[in-house]
Design a protein around this ligand. Structure first.
Ligand code: NAG
Ligand code: NAG
Ligand code: NAG
Ligand code: NAG
Ligand code: NAG
Length: 285
């Protein structure tokens, strides 16, 4: 029957006892094919390893090979506003602000004065802390400057463990993302942070207080040489305390970095050098 014939054909294709062929090939033919692929893949793997090796030789462990030239650093705030960039709480409801103060507490722990004194140097303020390599001789590891928690005054969490949250005078902390080799601020003028309300909210934001004074990132924290070269680097911070912000209303706030050589909000990245968030403090009686 046709069906049986087909079946037999299949059987013979898989194993043909007359020609001793498996799937249409003899054992030696299969062997040669396997050998060919084995050698082929070993060759490919070898080529890949060689290419990687040569590439890695050209990489510097301490410096990225490629870095954006026009790098405007991003800014971030703590406590981290969630995806919606909102900090919303009720002064009377501890649970609603507890997570914010805990985040700040955790974030600031490495800035404890004692820890900073142990890890980092007391640098000369208002000038760059340059530690260049002399030619091929690497000047590693590089030292870093102390950023003491106490420099954040009433936003340091040392005297006021709740960072002003239950009083309706919350602190937020701002940092610039690290950019290797960046020297912000021309002519010895340190970059500083300013925060303001978006247009319709200008009369709601109230007075602000900055720590350290004037909201500056001191020049001594620059340049940054990278994680590997500068192991103990502590990013400088600026804290902002909202002294008299309107309650029970959304207040849209934008903070930005001011430096005479950092362009903010350029064509390529509207959010470069600035951060926006919503702050709403509810006060129920
Ligand atoms: C950091 O300082 C705070 C407040 O002074 C203290 O409560 C905390 O235990 C310190 N943490 C470390 C790791 O030293
Ligand atoms: C940081 O705190 C330590 C310990 O109190 C102190 O010795 C050091 O001078 C402070 N550094 C700065 C830059 O204020
Ligand atoms: C980093 O900090 C440790 C202490 O935690 C210190 O022993 C070490 O010397 C520091 N290294 C540099 C390069 O600052
Ligand atoms: C803060 O700014 C004011 C006015 O520009 C200036 O007089 C003062 O010296 C600055 N303070 C610091 C610590 O830079
Ligand atoms: C706080 O803001 C309110 C308006 O929102 C204003 O009437 C009051 O004078 C401000 N207080 C201070 C100390 O600035």
């Amino acid at each position: 029957m046709a069906k049986d014939g087909e079946k037999n054909e299949w059987k013979e294709f898989i194993w043909n006892p007359r020609t001793r062929e498996f799937l249409g090939r003899t054992a030696s033919s299969w062997g040669l094919i396997l050998l060919f692929y084995l050698i082929f893949y070993i060759f490919l793997a070898g080529l890949f390893a060689l290419t990687m090796y040569v590439m890695l030789q050209t990489l510097d462990d301490h410096k990225p090979t490629w870095q954006d030239r026009l790098s405007t650093p991003g800014m971030v705030i703590r406590p981290k506003a969630d995806e919606t960039f909102e900090i919303v709480y009720n002064t009377k409801n501890t649970e609603s602000w507890d997570m914010y103060t805990q985040t700040l507490e955790k974030f600031l722990t490495p800035y404890n004065d004692s820890i900073q004194a142990q890890k980092n140097d007391e640098c000369v303020p208002d000038q760059y802390f340059v530690q260049d390599d002399s030619g091929e001789v690497k000047n590693n590891p590089k030292r870093s400057c102390q950023f003491n928690r106490t420099m954040l005054g009433s936003c340091s969490g040392i005297h006021d463990h709740y960072y002003g949250y239950p009083d309706g005078q919350p602190c937020i902390i701002i940092k610039l993302n690290r950019v290797i080799g960046m020297l912000p601020g021309k002519d010895g003028q340190a970059p500083y942070v300013t925060c303001g309300a978006k247009r319709e909210d200008t009369d709601k934001i109230g007075k602000l207080q900055y720590f350290p004074e004037n909201g500056t990132f001191n020049l001594m924290y620059y340049p940054y040489y990278g994680k590997k070269a500068q192991v103990n680097y502590s990013q400088p911070l600026v804290a902002v305390k909202f002294l008299n912000i309107s309650a029970n209303e959304d207040v849209n706030i934008e903070c930005k970095i001011n430096a005479n050589n950092i362009p903010t909000g350029n064509e390529r990245d509207k959010f470069a050098g600035r951060v926006s968030f919503k702050l709403r403090i509810n006060k129920d009686n």
